[in-house]
Structures are given as C-alpha cells and as structure tokens.
Ligand binder design. Structure first.
Ligand code: 0WD
Length: 258
C-alpha cells in the first residue's frame, strides 16, 4: 500500500518552499514517513528548519551535506546511520550550472562549466548511492528517486549544459539500478515538466517554456510540486516494487507532443 508508516526517507535539495524536494517531503510526510533533510550550505539551514517545523511530526533530522565533497557525504550519511539506523528511500533533487551557460549556444560551454554541471547534477547521485550501499543503510531494501528533465532526452532551447548533465544522470539511473537491484534497492527518475523554482529562474526564456506547456501539453496546464511529490510517494512505496531503472514523466504529457 501507499503508507510509509515506520519508514525513514532522506530528502536532499530543499532550498525553499517552492523546491521540488519540499513537494516530495510533504507527500512522503503525509503518508507517515519520518524524514531526514540534507541541505547544501549554512545559507539554507534556516529555511529547511523552518519548513520542517511545519510538518505534523517532530522527529525530522536536518543535516548539512555539500554534495561536491565526498567527506561531507560520508559524514552526513554516517550520522544518519547513527541516528536512524536504516533508511528506506532517498530523494535526490539537486542540480546546478552556471547561469551564463543556460542560454545561447551549447557549444560555448566552458570545460569548468561542463564539469561543474556534471559534478553537482549527475555524479552526486552516484556518490550518494555508493555511500548508502557502503554503509548498508538500505538493508531492508529501498528506493532512490532523482529529478530529471526532458532536456536530457532531446534539445530544449537554453537548457544546454544542464541537458547534457541530465542525459548523464538518466544513464546513471540505469547503471545504478542494475548494480543495486540485487540488494533490493530500486533507482528511478522523475522527469518533471517546468516548475517555477529558484533553480528554474536561472534558465533563459523560462516563461516562454511555461506558456508552451499550457498551449501544447495534452493536459493543457503546468505540473506542480504536489504532482511530482505524489509520484515520488508512489516510487517510494511498495506499489512500485516492480519498477526500477525507469524514467517517469510528470509533465502533463508534454513529452509526447512534437
Ligand atoms: O522546472 C523545474 N524546476 C525542474 C526541475 C524540472 C525538471 C527537473 N528539475 C530538477 C532540477 O534540475 C533539480 O535536479 O529538480 C531538481 C530540484 O530543483 P528545483 O526544486 O527546481 O530547484 P531548487 O529549489 O533551487 O533546488 C535545487 C537545489 C539547490 O538549491 P540552490 O538554489 O541553493 O542552488 O539543489 C541543491 C540546493 O539545495 N544544491 C546542492 N545540494 C548539495 N550540495 C548543491 C551542492 N553542492 N548545489 C545545489
């Protein structure tokens, strides 16, 4: 069933109340999950603590974890193991690219900008999955969910270096699913339609993209954090037990249009 009662889930990437990670946290919390939040840096700690306080339960754990730092990842997950024992799922909702490389031609991307986007937006999933397995944190099996976007499957104007990072993230989901399946750990991606968040603001022409969705998507409307959150809930629950290595679009159907 859809209940996550008695289970613990790590949610990475809450920056503010508009964050997709926060939508996921709310869906998981409503289903009875205990949550562990990790945040990138001190700047975000207050936001995350204030948001966590609005949840019905008071046993959330809140920890820093800069995903570019292997030692920081080890420490954060080591602490999670000490405090909660086993976890049953993890939502990875983290991405970054230089703003000036999210417009114009892709081929202008710098080596540093390319590697930065890959590091934060793609490699971080693999780094976390490795630590989760090394620490045997999902010893009862588990579900890892990451966030991707259509720009990794086809050319989306201005998405550029982030599209290349999402393609690498999507491929990582398949390889990780293959590696972790024997431990009963599933790995899937949600490809969300465009949602107005802090990160989305950095993408050139974002408002035009939103208008195009409303005009062309089969459902003729935008998707939102709640819809993504509920799909994450499904992927975290036993109802999705036969699904791994998959990419599910939560985009009002936009990806099927030409
Ligand atoms: O339209 C959208 N908003 C879509 C977003 C459509 C489809 C997919 N996505 C993806 C994004 O690419 C990302 O993977 O969803 C994920 C979450 O993005 P979001 O909710 O749109 O954006 P935001 O609320 O800004 O959260 C992203 C967070 C960072 O926020 P800031 O604003 O501080 O960059 O990623 C985290 C951070 O919390 N982050 C890091 N976390 C740990 N270590 C790091 C880092 N080094 N860098 C960024």
């Amino acid at each position: 069933n859809l209940s996550l009662e008695g289970r613990t889930y790590v949610v990475m990437g809450v920056a503010n109340k508009r964050s997709i990670a926060w939508g996921i946290a709310q869906s998981l919390s409503k289903a009875g999950a205990r949550l562990v939040f990790t945040y990138a840096g001190e700047r975000l700690e207050k936001n995350v603590r204030q948001l966590a306080e609005t949840l019905d339960r008071e046993d959330s754990l809140i920890l820093p974890c800069d995903i570019t730092d292997d030692q920081a990842i080890k420490e954060a997950f080591g602490q999670i193991k000490e405090e909660v024992g086993a976890i049953h799922g993890l939502a990875h909702c983290i991405a970054f690219a230089n703003k000036e490389e999210l417009e114009g031609e892709y081929l202008n991307v710098s080596r540093d900008g390319f590697l930065l986007a890959q590091n934060i937006s793609s490699y971080s999933l693999t780094a976390v999955a490795k630590v989760v397995r090394d620490l045997d944190l999902m010893k009862e099996g588990g579900s890892i969910v990451t966030m991707t976007y259509l720009g990794g499957e086809r050319v989306v104007k201005n998405y550029n270096v982030m599209g290349v990072a999402k393609a690498s993230l999507d491929a990582s989901v398949r390889y990780l699913a293959n590696d972790l399946g024997k431990d009963n750990i599933r790995v899937n991606a949600i490809s969300a339609g465009p949602i107005r968040t802090l990160s989305a603001k950095g993408i050139g022409g974002f408002n035009d993209v939103l208008k195009e969705i409303e005009a062309k998507a089969p459902l003729r409307r935008l998707t939102n954090q709640e819809e993504v959150g509920d799909t994450a809930l499904f992927l975290m629950s036993d109802l999705s037990r036969g699904i791994t290595g998959e990419l599910i679009h939560v985009d009002s159907g936009f990806n099927i249009t030409g």
